[in-house]
Design a protein around this ligand. Sequence first.
Ligand code: DC
Length: 232
Amino acid sequence: MSNRQVVIAIDGYSSCGKSTFAKAIAKKLGYAYIDSGAMYRATTLYGLQNGAFDAEGTLNSTKLIQALPQITITFKFNNEKSRNETYLNGTCVEDEIRTIAIADKVSRVAEIAEVREQMVLLQQQMGQEKGIVMDGRDIGTVVFPDAEFKIFMTADPAIRAQRRYDELKAKGETVDIKEVEENIRKRDYIDENREVSPLRKADDALVLDNSHITVEQQMKWVEEHLNRILEK
Ligand code: DC
């Protein structure tokens, strides 16, 4: 395989296994992996900790927009835990941003144009050197429209709910699977229908439906396509 460095953009619905897949590709190629959703989640956490949501959980977007200059998001690899971790203003928030409390609110934060602008700029800086795999909702359409390899992932909503439920349960969160599926459907709706950068497949993205295939099969699929792209 040629060792030309490229940008791999992975977009798709929530709980499709995008991050597991993206991490596996990055590891295989020795690329950096960036979870762009973690950045929206960390911004949501900042909002929750700093009064941008009222007692009923309604977001005051003006407050959050004003706070944006105070938000710094970075990533660091934790060798002990063998995972990439998200830092909000220097503090590791990797576990906190994965809770359902954040999942419930993050779509509202990701709708704000000013938030997206700040995140996109940061993401583009991270990809300047290429050799990166980034997953999200607008990576192939907005962040890296010239990415050499664009993948659009999808899976049946009920299967996605089961996967997310298993993940949350393994972390010790008590959740109702119906609540998880509802959260997924609500997020799909907001992601696809928001005004700014709605989730959509880039014209030149390849679709990968992983409802019934294993991570190994997905890796085989990616390798075949990547070989073809690198030979160009
Ligand atoms: O991939 P995730 O579930 O961690 O994403 C969290 C939220 O952030 C989700 O509601 C969609 C949004 N998001 C986005 O709008 N754009 C991205 N590039 C990544 C995530």
